[in-house]
Design a protein around this ligand. Structure first.
Ligand code: AOF
Ligand code: ZN
Length: 414
């Protein structure tokens, strides 16, 4: 007899297994499946890299005949549709599984309840909603894209002991230590795209790639909010744009409450228009398969407005260097376009303006505050958000130490 505690333990294991391929199953969710018989795990699997085969099929193939009479613990409702593979619900029936326990219902309209129906019609015992909150957290990107038609947004901020996130005019300032930095690179690897504002892109000249051993090919698509196309051609972002995609997102100042409106025209109401083509990104998007990098012969500093470089000219130079341009009237619209290309997880990494814009638009789902013991003196840039400001729907879900730093993770329900 399995007890409730056994069920929870096996589902927790299925969730843990599902995390293995998070960020690598584009555009499918990374689902975990554990098969249990006589109190023992006989097989476990996660959705394959690239999204197929699905978790259940792989677990069933491992278990073979032993799956007869077993219980399957699955983080997401087994699929019922004939997609690129036959339905997992049918496979569970064929293999003679006796009971299926699920954490999260699948909002995909092709599935949504039909998976359960196939199982129940075949006489399988179905239980749903076990560890639902934990399961939803693990499937946050997929669920947000399906239900809100935008990616799940994670805001990350590294804050000094005196509430600063950088120092004016100094480029990158070390706030957190190597352990926290490693964690952020792992986080980047699990995200489909990463975003910064143009001021941060210019001041810090970040690469925004994943630079830890074994995960180098898991860099997210890099996005810069840059209405005036000021991203320098000499920036690391532009120089690597043919290896890992870079999108310059041009939004009117009215769309970015965190940015002072004096820097451009207000509310031109641009139609959402872009040359952003998801098909050019291969099946996984994060693995850029374009031609070998060859930086444009026009390499050099971007002609500034003072030197008479027009916005159109700068736009053209960026395009020639392999940067994609995406124009959108609002942040919501930008996110919608990203979701339509299959992007499920967006990391907002800096700086204060980008953070404020997302917060004020109510578009932040998870907040990760890294607090460091470092003190930043003169010229500090104040954090747009600290722990005391986080109220309302957000709940503290974890507190983790990384060397001398602590990460406080808040989330609001999906
Ligand atoms: C499962 N197990 O491991 C995953 C599921 O394009 P397809 O045919 O692969 O179908 C994609 C849909 O399958 C996706 O939207 C979601 O409903 C489901 N994902 N289902 O039973 C899995 N990854
Ligand atoms: Zn399936």
């Amino acid at each position: 007899m399995t007890t409730r505690a056994d069920d929870e333990r096996f589902m927790a294991r299925a969730i843990e297994v599902s995390l293995r391929h998070q960020g690598q199953t584009f555009t499918n969710p990374s689902v975990g499946c554990v098969l249990v018989k006589d109190g023992q795990i006989i097989a476990e699997a996660v959705t394959a890299v690239g999204g197929r085969p699905h978790a259940e099929r792989q677990a069933l193939a491992i278990a073979g005949e032993a799956a007869r009479g077993a219980t399957a613990y699955v983080t997401l409702e087994p699929c019922s549709h004939w997609g690129k593979t036959p339905p997992c619900a049918n496979a569970l029936v064929e293999y003679g599984v006796a009971r299926v326990v699920v954490a999260v219902d699948d909002p995909d309209e092709r599935v949504s309840g039909r998976g359960y129906q196939i199982l129940r019609d075949a006489g399988i015992v179905v239980e749903t909603g076990l560890l639902r909150d934990e399961g939803k957290r693990a499937l946050a990107g997929y669920l947000t894209r399906q239900m809100k038609k935008r990616p799940h947004v994670i805001l990350k901020l590294a804050i000094s002991a005196n509430g600063m996130i950088g120092r004016k005019g100094e480029g990158q300032v070390a706030i957190t230590g190597p352990e926290a930095r490693h964690a952020v690179h792992e986080l980047r690897a699990r995200c489909d795209c990463i975003l910064v504002g143009i001021r941060t892109a210019i001041a810090d000249d970040p690469e925004l790639t994943v630079r830890i051993a074994g995960l180098e090919d898991r860099s997210p698509v890099r996005i810069v909010l840059d209405r005036q196309f000021e991203l320098p051609l000499t920036s690391k972002l532009v120089k690597t744009a043919r290896e890992v995609p870079v999108i310059v997102a041009a939004l009117p100042p009215s769309a970015l409450p965190g940015i002072s409106p004096s820097r451009g025209e207000i509310g031109k109401g641009l139609a959402a228009r872009s040359n952003f083509d998801s098909t050019s990104h291969s099946s996984t998007f994060k693995v850029w398969q374009g031609s070998a990098p060859s930086i444009s012969p026009l390499e050099g500093e971007m002609p500034g407005r003072a030197e008479g470089g027009s916005r159109d000219r700068r736009r053209q130079l960026l395009t020639d260097a392999g940067v994609q341009i995406l124009e959108a009237p609002t942040l919501e619209n930008l996110l919608q376009t990203l979701a339509e290309s299959g992007m499920s997880e967006l990391l907002v990494e800096g700086g204060a303006f980008a953070a404020k814009s997302f917060l004020e638009a109510g578009l932040v789902d998870r907040i990760m505050l890294f607090e460091s013991p470092v003190v930043i003196g003169k010229g500090g840039i104040e954090t747009p958000l600290s722990r005391a400001d986080i109220t309302g729907d957000y709940a503290l879900i974890s507190e983790t130490a990384y060397g001398p730093d602590r990460c406080f993770c808040y989330e609001r329900p999906i």
